[in-house]
Design a protein. Structure first.
Length: 250
C-alpha cells in the first residue's frame, strides 16, 4: 500500500471508525508530486497542520521526537464531519443508544494518534537489525500501553503502511506479536506466526528476504527481551544473513 493524495480521506475515516491509535509507516521515500512514491500524509513539523477534503479532517503535529532510525509523531486528528464521533470505539458505537441531539463537543471530534515512521529500510533490502529491533520493541510497548488503558475490551488496530504492499509490513506485524511473547518470557515460534500471517494475508512473506529477515529479527528481539545473549543473537543473525546471501547466488 502506498498512499497518494486522493487516498487520504479513507484512512482518516477509518481512524475514527476503528479507533486506531498507532500508525506505522515504513516508506523510506516520500513525495507530494511523484505518484510512484508514498504521499506524505501527515504533517512533519511541530505545530504544522494538514487539511483534507475541504477541512473535513485536520491533522496537527503536536510533537516530533527523533530516535535512532525512526521518528515518532504525536498527531491530533480532528473532524468537522457531524457524523464522526471520536469519543467512541466501533464496539461502543454499536452498543450505545442513539446520541442526544446536541452540538458535538470538541473532544468527540478529535483523536490522538501516534505515527511511528521507520525510514531506514529500503524495499527488498536487508535492514539494519540493530535499528529495526529497538523500533519493534518501542512499537510493542506503545501497543501494550494502549491495551492497558482500554475500558471496553476493544483493542484498536495498528495500521502498518509500506510502499511494497505485503512486503515489509508482515515482518513488523509478526515481530510485534513476537516481542510481546518474548517480554512475557513465554515460548515463541516465529515460523508459526509467519505461517499464520501468510494464511490470513495471502502474499505475505512471498519473497525470501522478508522471511529471512523476520527469522533473524527474532534473535535480535530475544536479546532485547533478555532471552538471548547479544553475542549469541548476533551469531545467529550472521548465519541467517549469510545463508540468505548464498541463496541469491544459486
Amino acid at each position: 500500500m502506498y498512499p497518494y493524495s486522493s487516498w487520504l480521506i479513507n484512512p482518516r475515516t477509518s481512524y475514527f471508525q476503528d479507533g486506531c491509535k498507532i500508525c506505522v509507516s515504513l516508506s523510506e521515500k516520500l513525495s507530494n508530486s511523484n505518484p510512484d512514491l508514498c504521499y506524505p500524509y501527515w504533517p512533519m513539523k511541530e505545530s504544522e497542520k494538514m487539511q483534507i477534503e475541504g477541512n473535513r479532517f485536520v491533522i496537527e503535529c503536536q510533537k516530533k521526537t527523533v530516535f535512532k532510525g525512526y521518528i515518532v509523531y504525536d498527531l491530533r486528528l480532528a473532524s468537522t464531519d457531524p457524523s464522526v464521533d471520536a469519543s467512541r470505539s466501533v464496539v461502543q458505537a454499536k452498543e450505545a443508544q442513539p446520541p442526544a441531539e446536541d452540538e458535538p463537543s470538541e473532544d468527540k471530534k478529535a483523536r490522538s494518534i501516534t505515527l511511528m515512521h521507520y525510514e531506514n529500510w529500503p524495499t527488498d533490502k536487508w535492514p539494519d537489525l540493530d535499528l529495526l529491533g529497538p523500533f519493534v520493541q518501542a512499537l510493542s510497548k506503545r501497543e501494550i500501553q494502549i491495551m492497558r488503558k482500554s475500558l471496553d475490551n476493544y483493542i484498536p488496530p495498528v495500521v502498518i503502511q509500506s510502499h511494497d504492499g505485503l512486503g515489509r509490513a508482515p515482518v513488523i506485524w509478526v515481530s510485534t506479536i513476537l516481542m510481546k511473547d518474548i517480554e512475557k518470557k513465554e515460548c515463541f515460534d516465529v515460523e508459526d506466526l509467519a505461517k499464520k500471517c501468510a494464511r490470513a494475508r495471502p502474499g505475505a512473506f512471498y519473497k525470501k528476504v522478508h522471511f529471512c529477515v523476520v527469522m533473524a529479527l527474532a534473535f535480535r528481539l530475544s536479546s532485547l527481551g533478555g532471552w538471548t545473549a547479544l553475542a549469541d543473537a548476533r551469531s545467529k543473525i550472521k548465519d541467517i544473513h549469510q545463508a540468505y546471501q548464498a541463496s541469491l547466488e544459486k
